[in-house]
Write a protein that binds this ligand. Structure first.
Ligand code: UDP
Ligand code: MN
Length: 534
């Protein structure tokens, strides 16, 4: 064989080998693509079906796959928009607190949303925000060719201006070519403004779609419904009361472009639920964690793991939950969320653990910031029966309140506050009777970790750190309305005269041993339970 022919043959052989073995070209890639169609797409369709969406509905052709590293980078800042934002003046502009009068601080303002909707209504829908990113973020470059994203915003009875501000902030602070669509998914809201009025308003934005669940599904199945119809390369989940900050999107998509198994979270800033001032959470060098009770918390990153440049992405063991971006196909390869999850809480662990077990990673991205309104209290009904407001005593007509109950001190009775809104929350007359069979002040998600505790058949009932081990924190609610404590075999009792709550020999006919749990969710709870097939 001549030398030239030999070299040609060698080249052909090399090419063939590459075709077979290299992961991103040739046969493997073809094979993988085919697998994906049967797998994740199947999961996607199943999710759509479960969530009650007609299949094949509104599907548009897919964009080509995007490519990872090794490409040119560019500055994605929208300088013109930033300059215009800087010039804005007025209430709430630059993320400044709105000057509240006492009249605007009334309970009514918070009742429907858990934040002050009067103030929200007075602030521009496209208000400007302070750029509180690390200064290094200004000079960061991201891939010129980024995947686009569907932005999925589930909502249940969201306020008008808070929902619209979410959409406006996304539209005005995202490069249009990166937003494939914004999908608003209505989780069976009953407020009038979220119906035709919302549809009419959104008609001016061709990229906004509205979907609706057929029954109350809770946050998880609502997100899944949105994800199942998404057309973007990436899906980005936001809450319905957020404000995207300057250049928030490219840093997220850039990380996914270079590793599609990365789930990325923006830094979540705080929009005050009173005056709507915009500020950072305490400490940026924090990462997600959870304790033995599966409560999410942020803990400091150990110095040896901190990046030399604090504006660089860093890994987090668990994500915060609400706001993140994920490659769409990877999301379905992971199986999406477990559709049995109700309302919210715990979903971030489910997805985080799956990511770790399937070879992915989770990152927080300091140069991407999104504000979120942390509510004063949960305004909507939670239909699983774990949450309740007020424990009222039949004999005295007084309620258990824990505002002044320091841990260790006996529980006391106080006058029942009306309703389930702010007053009930600030007097801590709201309790959770959870699957752990303990009773704790606060709502099921953010509950204070104190539990009703008693040590003997005649001792006072105190608040003590929850141990989750039942024992002296285990309570049963009987048909006779007693709060029975199996360990001591006695019942919760109280006196009118000194308002103390203590244990006593059970005598179910005694009105001071009868307690009424007043659920936060009476009518909607009943409706939900009728509709729910679970
Ligand atoms: N949500 C929903 N269905 C529900 C409860 C909540 O679609 O049954 C939406 C809600 O409108 C919000 C997101 O899910 O966009 C997260 O809920 P929320 O903001 O109440 O949780 P938080 O941020 O207070 O933890
Ligand atoms: Mn929220």
């Amino acid at each position: 064989m001549k030398r030239k022919e030999k070299r040609l043959l060698q080249a052909v052989a090399l090419g063939l080998t590459a075709l077979v073995f290299l992961p991103n070209v040739g046969l493997w890639a073809l094979y993988r693509e085919r697998q994906l169609e049967g797998g994740p797409e199947g999961a996607e369709a199943a999710a759509a079906a479960r969530a009650g969406v007609a299949q094949g509905q509104q599907r548009r052709p897919r964009k080509d796959i995007y490519f990872g590293d090794g490409q040119r980078r560019k500055d994605w800042h929208d300088k013109e928009a930033i300059r215009k934002d800087a010039e804005r003046v007025g209430n709430g502009e630059q993320g400044k607190p709105f000057p509240l009068t006492d009249a605007e601080r009334v309970d009514q303002a918070y009742r429907e949303n858990g934040f002050n909707i009067f103030v929200s209504d007075k602030i521009a829908l496209n208000r400007s925000l302070p750029d509180i990113r690390h200064p290094n973020c200004n000079s960061k470059l991201y891939l010129e060719k980024l995947p686009n994203t569907s932005i999925i915003i589930p909502f249940h009875n969201e306020g008008w201006s808070s929902l619209l501000r979410t959409v406006h902030s996304v539209l005005s602070r995202s490069p249009p070519e990166l937003v494939a669509e914004i999908v608003l998914v209505d989780d069976f809201s009953d407020r009038e403004h979220l119906k035709k009025r919302l549809e009419d308003y959104m008609a001016q934005f061709p990229s906004v779609r509205i979907l609706r669940t057929k029954k109350r599904e809770g946050l998880i199945r609502t997100r899944m419904l949105g994800a199942s119809v998404a057309i973007g390369d990436v899906i980005t989940f936001l809450d319905s009361h957020c404000e995207a900050n300057v250049n928030w999107l490219p840093p997220l998509l850039d990380r996914i472009a270079s590793n599609r198994k990365t789930i990325v979270c923006p830094m979540i800033d705080v929009i005050d639920n009173d005056h709507f001032g915009y500020k950072t959470q305490a400490g940026d060098a924090m990462r997600g964690a959870f304790d033995w009770e599966m409560y999410y918390k942020r803990i400091p990153i150990p110095p040896e793991l901190q990046k030399p440049d604090p504006s660089d992405p860093f890994e987090s063991p668990v994500m915060a939950g609400g706001l993140f971006a994920v490659d769409r196909k990877w999301f379905w390869e992971l199986g999406g969320y477990d559709p049995g999850l109700e309302i919210w809480g715990g979903e971030q662990y489910e997805i985080s653990f799956k990511v770790w077990m399937c070879g992915g990673r989770m990152e927080d991205i300091p140069c991407s910031r999104v504000g979120h309104i942390y509510r004063k209290y949960i305004p909507y009904k939670i239909p699983t029966g774990v949450s309740l407001a007020r424990i009222r005593n039949v004999g005295t007509q007084l309620c258990i309140g824990t505002k002044h109950g320091a841990p260790g001190s006996p529980l006391r009775l106080e006058g029942c506050v009306k309703g389930r809104a702010e007053a009930a929350w600030s007097n801590v007359q709201v309790f959770t009777f959870s699957w752990r069979e303990d009773i704790r002040p606060g709502d099921p998600q953010h509950t204070k970790k104190f539990c009703f505790d008693t040590i003997s058949h005649s001792s006072p009932v105190t608040l003590y750190d929850c141990h989750g081990m039942k024992g002296n924190q285990l309570w049963k609610y009987g048909n006779d309305k007693t709060l029975y404590h199996p360990v001591s075999g006695s019942c919760m009792d109280c006196t009118e005269s000194d308002h103390r709550v203590f244990m006593n020999t059970c005598s179910p006919s005694s009105p001071t041993q009868q307690w009424i749990f007043q659920y936060t969710n009476s009518t909607v709870l009943e409706k939900f339970n009728r509709n729910s097939d679970l």
